[in-house]
Unconditional design. Structure first.
Length: 360
């Protein structure tokens, strides 16, 4: 009940909200759903840095007439009963992190997820959080390496939604976690488990989504952060320089992208005596079209046709427990400054977690 001018909304609990985001995926593996998705995605000036009148003509005149049908065919090969892999892995991650936070902070922290393009949209998730009384908002874009094309674009979408709102929450956006020790460790353990089961290969390739080379020349730190993740992961795994490589996948269009290219590298390796490879994608928090179909299938063919003998794809961390703990630790590090969570973190948390049965 409203009691006075200094007591506005006193009866609502003040909550901290966590918003997990990923890139997004079409609603269905059909040309019409792909057209809708690609139209929103490829019109984002953070993704395609081509001057607008010209890009509108290319997008509407060429790309949206060809690509939706081709991409729909690719999406059909990865689609499941639960829909797109990117969507259901993100759903699972959200549920696991919600359980993690609930065990520690009870009702004081709420967790939702959203997609930058497509559904569930960022505005719909922000509305859900506002409806739950969120006054402090921590956003974690599930991109370990920062890029303007991904992390900054997520910020744009939040800022655009905020333009329609009167009472903004406190906002913190996690920029990147490419060198966060628990994330490196979760990947290393995941790869070691694969080695324990399948043995090792001549070489392991760490393949990251590419961006046009001009983004690097214009100051985007993405390239550097990918190489740093690879180095830290290799150090943690005890790999020599000739036992691993960093490569870039998923080119789009004709211009030069970050090199070395994953596909060209795989075509050249057998002739250089590398007959077995293992592929891992440290930049993808969840398996999606670009990992399952492009790395798991398409690139396998390039390597085998060039004379390769053994090709293994190591899946992403998805909702694995070590990953959830790493992301949970990352979020908690960023929650620290926010009262009363700092208090809760020290004393009440343990008792609360016990009372709630510590689901995680
Ligand atoms: C056109 C330029 C593109 C840039 C730049 C780009 C950067 C970029 N993308 C990811 C992560 C993902 N991309 C995914 C799919 C995808 N990416 C592009 C284009 C660019 N990406 C397209 C056209 C598509 C759609 C699929 C297709 O038609 O080929 C996905 C998978 C989505 C899914 O539904 O499974 C992810 C994830 C990053 C991290 C990044 C820059 C660092
Ligand atoms: Fe992409
Ligand atoms: Fe692709």
């Amino acid at each position: 009940m409203f009691k006075g001018v200094d007591d506005f909304r006193h009866d609502q609990p003040v909550r901290t909200g966590i918003l997990l985001t990923n890139l997004g995926t079409p609603d269905a593996p059909t040309p019409s759903a792909l057209r809708r998705y690609l139209k929103q995605f490829l019109w984002d000036p953070r993704v395609v840095e081509v001057p607008r009148p010209l890009w509108w003509l290319i997008l509407h005149g060429v790309i949206l007439n060809i690509r939706p049908r081709r991409s729909a065919r690719a999406y059909r090969t990865v689609w499941t009963e639960r829909g797109s892999p990117l969507l259901y892995h993100t759903q699972d991650q959200c549920e696991a992190i919600r359980a993690y936070m609930h065990a520690r902070y009870g009702e004081d922290v709420v967790v939702e997820f959203a997609m930058r393009y497509g559904n569930p949209s960022i505005p719909s998730a922000l509305q859900k959080l506002e409806d739950q009384g969120v006054r402090q908002l921590l956003v974690l874009p599930l991109y370990p390496q920062y890029s303007g094309a991904t992390t900054a674009s997520t910020f744009d979408a939040i800022a655009q939604d905020f333009m329609q709102r009167r009472w903004l929450p406190e906002l913190r956006l996690i920029n990147h976690y490419h060198d966060f020790a628990p994330y490196i460790d979760a990947m290393a353990k995941h790869i070691e488990r694969h080695w324990a089961e399948h043995g090792r290969a001549d070489r392991i390739l760490f393949s990251y989504h590419g961006v046009p080379k001009k983004y690097l020349l214009r100051g985007d730190p993405y390239h550097c952060e990918c190489f740093k993740t690879s180095r830290l992961l290799a150090e943690r795994l005890g790999l020599n320089k000739d036992e691993y490589m960093t490569t870039f996948q998923s080119r789009f269009g004709r211009e030069e992208w970050l090199k070395p290219y994953t596909d060209h590298t795989l075509m050249a390796l057998p002739a250089a005596g590398v007959k077995s490879v293992q592929m891992f994608c440290p930049g993808f928090a969840a398996d999606c079209l670009e990992t399952i179909e492009e790395i798991g299938e398409e690139n396998r063919d390039y390597f085998m046709e060039a004379g390769g003998e053994d090709y293994q794809y190591i899946p992403c961390l998805n909702a694995e427990q070590d990953h959830v703990f790493a992301l949970g630790a990352l979020l908690e590090q960023h929650l620290k400054g926010w009262e009363p969570l700092a208090e809760l973190d020290r004393s009440a948390t343990r008792a609360q977690a016990e009372r709630l049965g510590a689901e995680v």
